[in-house]
Ligand binder design. Structure first.
Ligand SMILES: Cc1cc2nc3c(=O)[nH]c(=O)nc-3n(C[C@H](O)[C@H](O)[C@H](O)COP(=O)(O)OP(=O)(O)OC[C@H]3O[C@@H](n4cnc5c(N)ncnc54)[C@H](O)[C@@H]3O)c2cc1C
Length: 475
């Protein structure tokens, strides 16, 4: 009997793991599914591998099911844990659960569907720890080249490589392994916190908040400087604000275009501020339309939004658990946390410390500097060896905005010649140019299901139907 077709999923974070799980759950033909991850613990990825219990999810439990077709799956799983079992349902739904616990949830799904017997009997699975570095197209199948010299033969390959590390900053390359420099906030740095002095965090977004919370938890007593272009910290989640005036009746948000949309949003944000309400409610109300609005923007509008509006959008959109927000605000009120608004001009080693030059401001000198500026978004500058090799060979190409991989509607990669790839598909944060919103679980679970359906030759999800799905599960 011939070997079953092989699907190789490269990247074992949420996106890759859940693509493999969906294939294993729904395939009715013989398949071998291989998940390759360089970090080893398939399912957790970068976000849910955290070792520290103080990091909470920034999405309420009710919206964190890994399966779009089972919206309460995560809530049911939480009930199996002693600390969540006695909570009333309404309270459980609104919990911001530790990210570590969410990682346990994903591991249990992987354990059941990929390592256990929760997959279809016709499917076999394999989890490989290692780095994929290149893909060679062959006759009817491809070879995935691994860093250790081995190779995996597969008919279909899914690129699920996740977020890029932060983009390089001026002067950072000269810092190399300077003891005061943390180039990647997602690597362990707690053991490098000095006994005294000051600490600077570059960035004021979600990764910066993680670092602030950890420093508070470690009992750090010195000053914390957080530096970003605008100096905006994420808002807290809130509930229960009614604002039926948005979107206004008769206005088609999807076809409005960037300038008119900006005007409309500014007008309604001002109205909410006048009512002493949080303008972020407008971002929530836009979310069921976001992907379609983005899809309707011209390439120039997408680029302009990314250049001029993204910072404001992100601060309203990526909100944090109220208890985390309270801690950050407390640190700010007591003066422990100082925010500096201005572009970072240069980083320079000064003996054991680092000097941070800030445009039109006094420089900050710190004994530990953590780069939490957020993932790099220029795809052609990717530092992922696999993606660089695929770009060089033309097997993948940047989308028009150069924010990510170019794909077709069903997630099939479009190569440098503009043709649909015979073997490659992609999902996750590398699709920012196609979807804009493509980073959180509520979006990624839909993508994981859709990629699985494409792999299995199922009918692609209709756009309207997808819109409904998003409406249902994202609010
Ligand atoms: C700090 C943080 C907190 C977050 N909190 C939330 C939250 O509360 N709620 C929410 O909905 N979303 C949250 N997110 C968004 C999060 O990115 C997504 O939920 C999701 O985890 C992304 O999964 P992914 O698989 O696409 O990417 P990743 O988690 O980045 O996984 C990609 C994996 O692929 C591996 N990889 C990459 N290249 C290769 C290669 N060549 N060979 C082998 N392996 C490779 C990487 O090492 C990694 O393990 C958070 C993100 C971060 C960074």
């Amino acid at each position: 009997m011939p070997n079953p077709a092989c699907i190789a999923v490269l990247g074992g974070g949420f996106s890759g793991a859940m693509t493999a799980v969906n294939v294993a759950r729904i395939s009715d033909r013989p398949l071998h599914v291989v998940v390759v991850d360089d970090r080893g613990s398939v399912g957790r990825g970068v976000a849910y591998s955290v070792r520290r219990p103080e990091y909470l999810l920034n999405v309420a439990a009710r919206n964190m099911s890994a399966f779009p077709d089972e919206p309460d799956h995560f809530l049911h799983w939480l009930r199996t844990r002693a600390e969540f079992e006695p909570l009333p349902e309404a309270e459980l739904r609104e919990q911001f659960v530790p990210r570590q616990v969410y990682g346990d949830y994903l591991r249990s799904i992987v354990g059941n569907h990929l390592a256990g017997d929760g997959h279809r009997p016709c499917v076999t699975t394999e989890l490989i720890t290692g780095e994929a570095v290149d893909i060679e197209p062959g006759d009817g199948h491809c070879l995935v080249r691994m860093a250790d010299g081995s190779a995996i033969a597969a008919e279909k390959i899914v690129l699920a490589t996740g977020n890029e590390p932060p983009a390089p900053l001026p002067g950072a390359s000269a810092l190399g392994d300077h003891p005061a420099w943390v180039a990647n906030p997602w690597q362990q740095w707690e053991h490098r916190v000095p006994a005294t002095g000051s600490i600077a965090i570059l960035g004021t977004g979600l990764s910066a908040v993680d670092a602030i919370i950890t420093l508070c938890d470690l009992g750090w007593q010195g000053p914390i400087h957080a530096i970003s272009r605008h100096g905006w910290l994420p808002h807290a989640h809130f509930r229960g604000i009614e604002y039926p005036e948005f979107p206004p009746a008769g206005v088609d948000l999807v076809t409005l275009g960037l300038n008119d949309l900006r005007r409309l949003v500014s007008q309604h944000c001002a109205e909410l501020v006048a009512r002493d309400a949080d303008p972020a409610i407008i971002v929530d109300k836009l979310r069921p339309y976001t992907q379609r609005i983005w899809g309707n923007f011209s390439c120039e509008e997408r680029r302009e939004f990314a250049r001029c509006d993204a910072a404001r959008w992100n601060v309203l959109r990526h909100r944090i658990a109220p208890e985390i927000h309270d801690q950050v605000m407390h640190a700010r009120r007591t003066g422990a946390l100082q925010i500096h608004a201005g572009s970072i001009e240069e980083l320079q080693a000064v003996d054991g410390a680092i000097r941070i030059g800030i445009e039109a401001r006094e420089p900050v000198v710190a004994d530990l500097v953590i780069n939490a500026t957020g993932p790099s978004t220029r795809f052609s500058a990717t530092r992922n060896v696999l993606l660089r090799n695929l770009l060089a060979s033309g097997l993948v190409s940047p989308d028009d905005t150069d924010m990510g991989i170019r794909i077709d509607r069903d997630h099939t990669v479009v190569n440098a010649q503009g043709d649909r790839s015979a073997s490659l598909l992609a999902l996750g944060p590398t699709l920012r140019g196609t979807y804009w919103e493509t980073v959180a679980v509520p979006e990624l679970r839909v993508q994981a299901r859709r990629v699985a359906e494409t792999l299995l030759g199922a009918v692609p999800v209709d756009v309207e139907e997808e819109g409904q799905l998003r409406l249902e599960y994202m609010l």
